[in-house]
Design a protein around this ligand. Structure first.
Ligand code: ZN
Length: 89
Protein backbone atom coordinates (compact mmCIF):
# COMPACT_ATOMS: atom_id res chain seq x y z
CA UNK A 1 0.00 0.00 0.00
CA UNK A 2 1.18 3.51 -0.73
CA UNK A 3 0.29 6.77 0.97
CA UNK A 4 -0.45 9.86 -1.06
CA UNK A 5 1.12 12.97 0.42
CA UNK A 6 0.98 16.46 -1.03
CA UNK A 7 4.06 18.64 -0.91
CA UNK A 8 3.21 21.71 1.21
CA UNK A 9 5.75 23.78 -0.74
CA UNK A 10 4.89 23.14 -4.40
CA UNK A 11 1.58 21.21 -4.07
CA UNK A 12 2.92 18.22 -6.03
CA UNK A 13 1.26 14.96 -5.02
CA UNK A 14 3.80 12.33 -4.04
CA UNK A 15 3.30 8.59 -3.77
CA UNK A 16 5.06 7.40 -0.67
CA UNK A 17 5.71 3.75 0.27
CA UNK A 18 3.83 2.63 3.37
CA UNK A 19 6.98 2.32 5.48
CA UNK A 20 7.44 6.10 5.33
CA UNK A 21 4.02 6.77 6.89
CA UNK A 22 4.36 9.16 9.82
CA UNK A 23 7.84 10.10 8.66
CA UNK A 24 9.40 12.62 6.32
CA UNK A 25 10.35 12.23 2.64
CA UNK A 26 11.84 14.68 0.17
CA UNK A 27 9.64 16.07 -2.63
CA UNK A 28 10.68 14.74 -6.06
CA UNK A 29 9.94 18.07 -7.69
CA UNK A 30 11.25 20.73 -5.33
CA UNK A 31 13.36 18.53 -3.04
CA UNK A 32 11.93 19.93 0.19
CA UNK A 33 10.63 17.91 3.14
CA UNK A 34 7.11 16.44 3.09
CA UNK A 35 5.56 15.12 6.30
CA UNK A 36 3.76 11.89 5.45
CA UNK A 37 0.43 11.30 7.20
CA UNK A 38 -0.29 8.01 8.91
CA UNK A 39 1.25 5.92 11.63
CA UNK A 40 4.72 4.48 11.76
CA UNK A 41 5.07 0.73 11.56
CA UNK A 42 4.42 -1.33 14.74
CA UNK A 43 8.11 -2.15 15.20
CA UNK A 44 8.87 1.56 15.61
CA UNK A 45 6.18 1.90 18.29
CA UNK A 46 7.44 -1.25 20.03
CA UNK A 47 10.93 0.25 20.09
CA UNK A 48 9.58 3.53 21.49
CA UNK A 49 7.61 1.70 24.20
CA UNK A 50 10.74 -0.26 25.11
CA UNK A 51 12.83 2.91 25.40
CA UNK A 52 10.19 4.61 27.58
CA UNK A 53 9.96 1.52 29.81
CA UNK A 54 13.77 1.43 30.10
CA UNK A 55 13.90 5.14 31.01
CA UNK A 56 11.19 4.74 33.68
CA UNK A 57 12.88 1.58 34.97
CA UNK A 58 16.26 3.31 35.21
CA UNK A 59 14.59 6.23 37.02
CA UNK A 60 13.02 3.85 39.57
CA UNK A 61 16.35 2.07 40.11
CA UNK A 62 18.17 5.36 40.69
CA UNK A 63 15.34 6.54 42.98
CA UNK A 64 15.77 3.43 45.16
CA UNK A 65 19.51 4.02 45.53
CA UNK A 66 19.86 7.79 45.48
CA UNK A 67 16.47 9.19 46.46
CA UNK A 68 13.26 10.09 44.65
CA UNK A 69 14.41 13.49 43.33
CA UNK A 70 17.54 12.08 41.65
CA UNK A 71 15.48 9.20 40.23
CA UNK A 72 12.88 11.57 38.80
CA UNK A 73 15.58 13.73 37.21
CA UNK A 74 17.32 10.67 35.71
CA UNK A 75 14.03 9.28 34.32
CA UNK A 76 13.02 12.64 32.87
CA UNK A 77 16.46 13.17 31.32
CA UNK A 78 16.39 9.71 29.68
CA UNK A 79 12.85 10.32 28.38
CA UNK A 80 13.83 13.72 26.99
CA UNK A 81 16.91 12.18 25.37
CA UNK A 82 14.92 9.37 23.77
CA UNK A 83 12.33 11.88 22.52
CA UNK A 84 15.07 13.94 20.87
CA UNK A 85 16.54 10.82 19.24
CA UNK A 86 13.10 9.68 18.02
CA UNK A 87 12.54 13.07 16.37
CA UNK A 88 15.61 12.46 14.25
CA UNK A 89 14.52 8.97 13.14
ZN1 ZN B 1 7.60 20.05 -3.59
Amino acid sequence: MTEIATCPHCRTPAEVPDRFAGGIVNCKKCGRAIEVPGLRDPLWWLLRAGVVAAAVGAGVLVAQRHGAATGAITGAALLAGSWLVSRAL
